[in-house]
Design a protein around this ligand. Structure first.
Ligand code: PMP
Length: 391
């Protein structure tokens, strides 16, 4: 098979899952009105499938900071962090992340995807082991592949399986990096952090926790699962993204290990890509302040999450294991998922459709993501439509 034939085969495999579902992916949003409303074609829709957990995409403080940065520093840095792309703002944001987590240092990357690639690829090499949750995000899988380390998966959130695999590694457990997520993006459930830390200490391994979906969402000041559990000192490396609660684009890694800084010399995803633009950094800094002081927003978000989770469960939908801002509706097959997704869109509600092999355990998901800006009126409407579409 030549290279182009292989591409055709991959496209055909995707179409085979459900040909009519293709239009559901990458749907163009024609206009955005707010954190919860947009226009698709001639429909004004409620956005119920974004990662905008605190609803800060139009926060005046962030808009103003971005405008000022463009005026003062231009539209882009045109260079890598390693070369000409480390402005005052990039370094200030690194300090602010370190302060926020009360950690020794932090590194800012250009995307959350690259934060995982750069951190994992810098920490482990061929001959080392990565032990990852089977529901890990693609950036974790890709970082592991890039590193050349041996990749072992353990069953999702299953500490018994994790322990068994570490035990089997024998001496190699001390050159093992365990990787988990604060809130998992598919089913919206949280990692059993305390149990995992106990095992990682027993076997002398290191732990990387990706707080992409839990930053801003969990903990009093929004640090994530580390704050909710009070276990920050026990986690070796925390990665995260600016593209969800912080409403821009970029990523970070924080750690108390002095070795974090060494990543700057060896991490290709840090060195060989341009740094985030001044406007991106400025709005992220403003958003981080709002996030730290965002207890009210978190309260609003969790109120919305508990309410919709309870309603959907009472209607009869099969949901992910626990309430949270990500509410996954698990359907028997791709056709049913597409039908529900289309029904919601016809009623002016946008959610995410996730079909195999993207969803865990070959499931088909309709994934809702709530945010702090959804109003009671919007939630009532969403509940009404889900009730109408239940079969
Ligand atoms: N980690 C996780 C768990 C994610 O869900 C995502 C994005 N969905 C990323 C990392 C990558 O972040 P970004 O989109 O900001 O590159």
């Amino acid at each position: 098979m030549n290279l182009l034939d292989k591409l055709e085969a991959a496209a055909a495999a995707r179409k085979a899952v459900l040909p009519s579902a293709l239009s559901a992916f990458g749907i163009p949003i024609d206009e955005v009105y707010s954190a919860t409303e947009a226009r698709i074609g001639d429909r004004k829709i409620i956005l119920l499938g974004t990662n905008n957990y605190l609803g800060l995409t139009f926060a005046p403080e962030c808009l103003q900071a971005a405008h000022e940065a463009i005026d003062k520093e231009g539209t882009g840095t045109t260079g890598s962090r390693m070369a000409n792309g480390s402005y005052l703002g990039h370094r200030a944001l690194e300090q602010e992340f370190a302060d926020f987590y009360q950690c020794r240092a932090s590194i800012v990357f250009t995307t959350g995807y690259q934060a995982n690639l750069g951190t994992i690829g810098g920490l482990v090499n061929p001959g080392d082991v990565v032990l990852i949750d089977s529901d890990s995000h693609a950036s974790i899988y890709d970082g592991c592949k890039l590193s050349g380390a041996d990749i072992i998966r353990f069953r999702h959130n299953d500490v018994v399986d994790l322990e068994k695999r570490l035990r089997r590694l024998g001496d190699r457990s001390s050159s093992t990096l365990i990787i988990i997520e604060g809130i998992y993006s598919m089913l919206g459930d949280q990692a059993p952090l305390a149990d995992i830390i106990k095992i990682k200490n027993d076997y002398n391994a290191l732990l990387l926790l990706d707080e992409a979906h839990s930053l801003g969402v969990l903990g009093k000041t929004g640090q994530g699962l580390v704050e909710k559990t009070g276990l920050i000192k026990e986690v070796d490396f925390i990665t995260g993204t600016f593209s969800k609660s912080l409403c821009s684009i970029g990523g970070y890694c924080v750690s108390n290990h002095p070795h974090l800084d060494f990543l700057r010399y060896i991490s290709h995803p840090y060195i060989f890509t341009a740094s985030p633009s001044p406007a991106t950094i400025a709005s992220t800094r403003a958003a981080l302040k709002l996030l730290r002081n965002g207890e009210d927003l978190r309260q609003q978000l969790w109120g919305n999450a508990h309410r919709l989770y309870t309603t959907l469960r009472n209607i009869g939908y099969t949901l992910g294991p626990e309430p949270g801002p990500i509410i996954a509706i698990i359907l028997d097959d791709p056709q049913q998922a597409l039908k529900l997704w289309q029904g919601l869109l016809e009623n002016n509600i946008y959610v995410n459709l996730i079909l195999p092999p993207a969803a865990p355990d070959n499931n088909s998901l309709v994934r809702c993501s709530l945010n702090a800006a959804h109003t009671e009126e919007q939630i009532i409407y969403i509940e009404k439509i889900f009730t109408k579409l239940y079969t």
